[in-house]
Design a protein around this ligand. Structure first.
Ligand code: ATP
Ligand code: MG
Length: 788
């Protein structure tokens, strides 16, 4: 069922590929390239893990023709309290479903417990490890802070014999949890906190799902992970950026545990950026909380970013792989917009999902010039014209049918091209229909439309050449199948639910699930039970694998169409496409004429969807016409702008910075490659906008952001960029500057007023650019003239 073959898909080069290329060239590991995916079985996998899976297994496939490649599936099961066989099974299932095969390389860290112990004994004998008996809290206190070195534990100098004896008894179960730990003896005053005698083993009397009660000491990640890699002869150990610092311990363990001949290949750790998506949470712990508190339906709830949730929703594995390859592997952290994921889904589904018609919010229509029991079976193509496939299905046209309630307006706005009293529309694959009568119930709610079709328009065109502007989808009331549609929206209302003060569950979106009772064309029943389809003008759907039955169909929305009347041309009638082509031509022609006249209007370049956005930006949001067009015309930039406004709602300065500064920086890179997101950008604009920094200071902050990312507030503090606009402080600086340049001051007073620029430069230099320029200029003038 998995679509297409992952071994035929290839990644763009990334820095890890460069490293592997180099290692192959130099023969660092001979011709071996061995990676691993090392999940802890403490929950179900999510789309972030998919990125790691696609990277690690992708390398196995991408290098298969040049090297001896393998990718291990290793369960990093060293923490008995949270792990279970259920999670092991779910992880294997997810990796397989994604299309990958670890062959015979299925490993468990819990199989290495004996080796972990043996290497620890070796470290103790070498004088490189000791048993510490401080409490957890004392250990933390003794460790010091970033600014202060740590204090050695009073137990640090225990003899080798005493350490060996204590460690053996730890293993034998002679002590309670927390009484002792084994620590590496490295350096308590290291500038790297992680090197201040990291813990190697702790006592934990807990039953392990694979080892039972055999062990009551368990190794820590930083100790176990490098050994696991070494034991399995891994060559490239890839993990996410937050383990950057841990690499020091990784290398230390390698060097101190293993003799040279122990390790035919000395694995190295490389870190890459995590995948972060907005409006969701990704940690297994947080996901588990949602499930345990019954806030979602289970690990496979289609609203979750879990692999099982996405799978149940209907997302094809090939789309996840394509997305993971596309987001890229770099060393700069940023959040990927959901829009990119949805885009990958549509790209995958568009050529593979046959089109059918379904009405999700039905309004009945009666054709008064059509007989009650007459059925016209129309042969309709499952595919739009630009997809070169021609399977068809019979669509029944009958006296009564349903349209979307939303496709009818009694008082239509001017640009509404769908149905209204007296209006004619084209029914997709069928006739032109004119609405002649609106039927209401006692409350005034519209319950039915009545009207007539033109029998000469069955082919989609009229003999007299007239062509309605709108085309509607519809489903026969007598032949259609009632069904349930489940539409999913973002699970959270904010982009960063886990970065807020309140508990993340406070931000759950109460409308993330929208259930509709709709009606579906009968041909849908002829499709395979797991076939993904496009409901024309709505989105991509598939039958829910758990709840859908032949006599009670339930469809999940996989992803909506971008915009039913915007860029997405799937499923539109020929005439509608023609109308759009005409409009486009006209736009182009106008553009051409304007550029001949030397005037270009950026708005002309926008498509319908971007045009709506432009109207909003230049209208209620209040941007200038040029700024609105520049931002509205670029979908990712617009999302960036909208998200930045969530953090600092000052549209004008934000737009200004986007157009004048950010766009310049984007000439050589893309938004996704930037090491900062809209939140940091908004924070920077706020600092300038509220006069906390000068524009010169802001430029400096922006350069730092471009280079390393980070938090603008912290960058300002670190570099002392806060604006000096305290009059007294500035007056002192100015007095000094004038005193230091008596000749220039005299010449200024003689009428050389241009020298004000020279003095401004001096003041700026003296304040590292942090003086408020207006204030500085005013004070300078006063001071120069006053002290004449
Ligand atoms: P979580 O907190 O979500 O459980 P984890 O990192 O603790 O994440 P592991 O089971 O240890 O989960 O992860 C297995 C592998 O997947 C690790 O190599 C880890 O770096 C990688 N991984 C986890 N989350 C992401 C992510 N968001 N993007 C990329 N890789 C990830
Ligand atoms: Mg974890």
């Amino acid at each position: 069922m998995s679509t297409s073959d992952p071994s035929t898909e290839h990644s763009r080069d990334n820095f890890i590929y460069d490293i592997i290329d180099e290692d192959l060239e130099e023969g660092t590991y001979g011709d071996r390239v061995v990676t691993r995916f090392p999940p802890e079985p403490n929950g179900y996998l999510h789309i972030g893990h998919a990125k790691s899976i696609v990277l690690n297994f992708g390398i196995k496939h991408d290098y298969a023709d040049r090297a001896d490649t393998q990718c291990h599936l290793r369960f990093d099961d060293t923490n008995p309290k949270t792990e279970s066989p259920e999670y092991v099974e779910s992880i294997k299932d997810a990796v397989q479903w994604l299309g990958y095969d670890w062959e015979e390389h299925e490993y468990y860290a819990s199989d290495y417990f004996e080796q972990f112990y043996r290497y620890a004994v070796k470290l103790i004998k070498q004088g490189d490890a000791y048993v510490d008996s401080l409490s957890e809290e004392e250990i933390r206190e003794y460790r010091g802070t970033v600014d202060e070195p740590g204090t050695p534990s009073p137990y640090r100098d225990r003899s080798v014999e005493e350490n060996l004896d204590l460690f053996r008894r730890m293993k034998a179960g002679a002590f309670d949890d927390g009484e002792h730990v084994l620590r590496a003896k490295i350096d308590m005053s290291s500038p790297h906190m992680i090197m201040r005698d990291p813990l190697l083993f702790r006592i934990m009397h807990a039953s392990h799902y694979r080892r039972g009660d055999e062990w009551c000491i368990y190794p820590m990640y930083d100790y176990a992970h490098p050994l696991e890699d070494a034991i399995e002869d891994i060559t490239h150990s890839l993990c996410t950026l937050e383990f950057d610092n841990n690499r020091r311990v990784y290398d230390w363990v390698m060097e101190h545990c293993l003799e040279d001949d122990d390790i035919p290949s000395r694995p190295r750790q490389y870190e890459f950026n995590r995948l972060n998506l907005g409006y969701t949470v990704m940690s297994k712990t947080k996901l588990r909380h949602l499930i345990e508190e019954d806030l979602v339906g289970g690990w496979d709830d289609p609203r979750l970013p879990t692999i099982s949730g996405l799978r149940r929703r209907g997302v094809p594995p090939s789309a996840i792989r394509a997305f993971c390859r596309k987001v890229g592997v770099t060393r700069s952290q940023s959040r990927v917009q959901i829009g990119h994921f949805e885009h990958a889904l549509r790209d995958d589904l568009n050529p593979t999902a046959p089109r059918v018609m379904a009405v999700l919010d039905p309004l009945k229509v009666t054709v008064t010039n059509w007989d009650e029991d007459e059925v016209d079976w129309i042969d309709a193509n499952h595919w739009p014209r630009d997809i070169d496939k021609d399977e068809t299905r019979p669509v029944p046209f009958t006296r009564e049918f349903y349209i979307e309630r939303d496709d009818f307006r009694e008082d239509p706005p001017e640009d509404f091209i769908r149905l209204a009293p007296g209006r004619e529309v084209r029914l997709r694959h069928a006739y032109f229909f004119t609405c002649e009568e609106v039927v209401r119930d006692a409350d005034g709610t519209v319950t039915e439309l009545r009207g007539t079709i033109d029998p000469d328009t069955r082919s989609g065109t009229a003999p007299d050449g007239r062509s309605p502007d709108g085309t509607l989808h519809w489903v026969s009331a007598t032949h259609g199948i009632p069904f349930e549609a489940r539409l999913y929206d973002r699970l959270f209302e904010v982009p960063d639910p886990d970065a807020r003060e309140d508990h993340f569950t406070e931000f759950l979106n109460p409308n993330s699930l929208d259930i509709r009772q709709g009606i579906l064309e009968p041909a849908a029943q002829e499709l395979d039970a797991d076939e993904r389809v496009q409901f024309e003008r709505q989105g991509y759907f598939w039958p829910d694998p758990e709840d859908s039955r032949p006599d009670a169909l339930v469809y999940n929305q996989i992803v909506p169409l971008r915009d039913t009347w915007g860029e997405d041309e799937d499923g539109l009638s020929e005439a509608e496409l023609e109308r759009r082509r005409r409009e486009k031509e006209q736009r182009k022609e106008k553009q051409r004429r304007r550029s001949l006249e030397g005037k270009t209007d950026p708005v002309e370049y926008l498509d319908d969807h971007q045009r709506d956005r432009f109207d909003r930006y230049s209208g209620p949001v209040g941007l200038s016409r040029d700024d609105a067009a520049a931002i509205a015309g670029d979908d990712t930039l617009a999302t960036f702008f909208d998200e930045a406004r969530d953090h600092y709602d000052a549209p004008e300065p934000l737009a200004n910075w986007i157009v004048n500064v950010l766009l310049g920086a984007l000439k050589t890179r893309t938004l996704e490659d930037l090491p900062f997101g809209p939140d940091a950008f908004a924070a920077l604009v706020r600092l300038v906008d509220t006069d906390e920094i000068t524009s010169r200071g802001a430029d400096e902050v922006f350069d730092v952001l471009l280079e390393d990312g980070g938090a603008p507030g912290a960058i300002v503090e670190e570099r002392g960029l806060r604006q000096v606009d305290d009059t007294e402080a500035l007056a002192d600086v100015i007095a000094d500057v004038i005193a230091d340049h008596p000749d220039e001051a005299a010449r200024y007073r003689d009428g050389k007023e241009g020298l004000i620029g020279f003095f401004m430069g001096q003041v700026m230099q003296a304040t590292s650019g942090s003086a408020n320029p207006e204030l500085a200029r005013e004070l300078l003038r006063k001071e120069l003239e006053g002290s004449a």
